[in-house]
Write a protein of this length. Structure first.
Lengths: 180, 211
C-alpha cells in the first residue's frame, strides 16, 4: 500500500466535491487507473468513476484516414458546387486547358437517382477521362433546367440508366480549372 | 523524374508537419497549407470521435459528426486566435456540434415515443448482470444507457471533465459558461448517473467493491 492508497478516502471526498486542484486531480485519476484495489473501492463508493477510469475506445489509423478522405471529398464537392453557383470562374489558369482535370466521384443517394434521366450529348464539353468516355452523359436538373456551371466543368454519369432507383447514382465532375 | 521529386517533396513536408505542434499546424492550415490541415485531422480524429461518441452515444454517428467538425474547423480557421489553445478551440467545435446533434436526435426520439426507452432499459439491465465486463466499448455503452436523462450541457460537462479529464477552466471555455456553472452541471450529472447506476446495475458495483 502506497501513500496514494492511504490518501484515497480523503482524496475521493475532495474529488467528488470537485475540490482537488487540477494537478492533484490528474494524479488521483492516474493512481486509480493503475491501482486495481483503490479503483474497486473508489467505484463502489462513487459509481460514476467507472467512466473516468475506463480506457478510451481506440480510433485506428485507418478510421482516421477514412474521415480525412471524406472531409477532403466534402471540401472538394463544396468547392465544385460554389463554382457551379458562380458560373464561369473569375480567373482561368493559363495552363488549365492543357493540364490536369479534377475528378470527383460522388455517390448520391436514392432520391437523386430517381431524377429524370434527361441527358444531353457531351460533345460540346471537354472529353471525359478515358475509361468512362463511352458512358459519359451530362446531367440536367429536374424540369429540364440545366445547372449553371463554369465552361470548364462538366458532370458525367457513371451508370446512366443502369441503376435501380434504390442504387446510388455515381457521377463525375470534371473541372479543368481545379488544381488537385 | 519531376513527378518523383514532387511526391518526395510532399512526403517530406508531411513528415515535417508531423513534428509540429497543434497551434503551429493550425496557423499553417489557416494560411492555406493543406498538408498541415491533413496532419491536424489525422492527429485529432481520435479525440474528436471519442468526445462525440460519448456525447452522442453512437459510434457511427460520432464519425459523421467528426467529419462535420473538421469541415467546420476548415471554415473557421480564419477566426482561430493562436493566443488560445487549439485543443480547447477544437473541443468547443466538437462539443457544440455533438450537442446540436444530440438535441436533434432527442427531438426525433420523443416524436417516436418514450416508452420504447423504458422497455429497452429494463432489457439492458437484465442482460448486463450476466455479461458485463470492464471493457472500453462496454463502458461506453453503459454510459449511453444511463446518461439519456441528462441535459445536453450536463452530459457534455461530464464527458469533458470526468471522462476526458480536462481542467475545469478549459471545460468552461468549451461550454461557454463559468467554472461555477460547470461545477453545477457536473454535480447534477453525477447525482443523476449515480442514482441510475445503483438502481439499474446493482450487481456490477457490488462486484467491484469485492475486488
Amino acid at each position: 500500500m502506497t501513500a496514494d492508497c492511504r490518501a484515497l478516502p480523503a482524496r475521493l471526498d475532495a474529488y467528488r466535491r470537485d475540490d482537488l486542484a487540477d494537478d492533484e486531480r490528474r494524479a488521483f485519476r492516474r493512481h486509480l487507473a493503475g491501482c486495481a484495489e483503490c479503483r474497486g473501492e473508489a467505484i463502489a463508493a462513487e459509481p460514476t468513476l467507472v467512466f473516468a477510469v475506463a480506457p478510451a475506445e481506440a480510433v485506428g489509423d485507418e478510421e482516421a484516414r477514412t474521415i480525412l478522405e471524406n472531409v477532403k471529398a466534402a471540401l472538394a464537392v463544396r468547392e465544385a458546387g460554389r463554382r457551379l453557383e458562380r458560373g464561369a470562374p473569375r480567373t482561368r489558369r493559363a495552363a488549365a486547358g492543357l493540364g490536369v482535370a479534377a475528378i470527383l466521384a460522388l455517390a448520391f443517394s436514392a432520391p437523386l437517382a430517381r431524377r429524370p434521366p434527361a441527358v444531353a450529348a457531351a460533345a460540346a464539353r471537354p472529353a471525359a477521362p478515358s475509361g468512362i468516355a463511352g458512358a459519359a452523359n451530362r446531367i440536367v436538373r429536374p424540369g429540364g433546367e440545366e445547372p449553371s456551371m463554369p465552361a470548364s466543368a462538366t458532370i458525367y454519369e457513371w451508370n446512366p440508366g443502369t441503376a435501380s432507383p434504390e442504387d446510388p447514382k455515381i457521377v463525375w465532375i470534371v473541372d479543368r480549372s481545379l488544381d488537385l | 523524374m519531376e513527378r518523383m521529386e514532387l511526391v518526395y517533396s510532399r512526403e517530406r513536408t508531411r513528415q515535417q508537419s508531423a513534428e509540429v505542434d497543434d497551434r503551429e499546424l493550425a496557423i499553417r492550415a489557416r494560411a492555406g497549407d493543406a498538408i498541415a490541415f491533413e496532419t491536424l485531422v489525422l492527429r485529432k480524429t481520435p479525440a474528436v470521435v471519442s468526445v462525440a461518441r460519448r456525447i452522442i452515444g453512437d459510434a457511427d454517428e460520432a464519425r459523421d459528426v467528426a467529419q462535420l467538425v473538421f469541415l467546420r474547423v476548415w471554415d473557421s480557421l480564419a477566426r482561430y486566435d493562436e493566443k488560445y489553445s487549439f485543443n480547447t478551440w477544437l473541443y468547443r467545435i466538437a462539443t457544440n456540434l455533438s450537442i446540436d446533434f444530440l438535441r436533434a436526435n432527442r427531438s426525433r426520439a420523443k416524436a417516436h415515443g418514450a416508452t420504447l426507452h423504458l422497455v429497452r432499459g429494463r432489457e439492458a439491465a437484465l442482460e448486463e448482470e450476466a455479461t458485463f465486463a470492464l471493457e472500453s466499448s462496454q463502458v461506453a455503452e453503459l454510459f449511453e444507457r444511463v446518461s439519456e436523462d441528462l441535459s445536453e450541457k450536463q452530459k457534455a460537462a461530464f464527458v469533458l471533465r470526468e471522462i476526458d479529464g480536462l481542467d475545469s477552466k478549459d471545460v468552461a471555455k468549451i461550454l461557454g459558461c463559468g467554472e461555477s456553472t460547470v461545477r453545477n452541471h457536473l454535480f447534477n450529472a453525477r447525482k443523476a448517473l449515480q442514482k441510475k447506476l445503483r438502481r439499474e446495475f446493482p450487481n456490477l458495483f457490488r462486484r467491484w467493491s469485492r475486488q
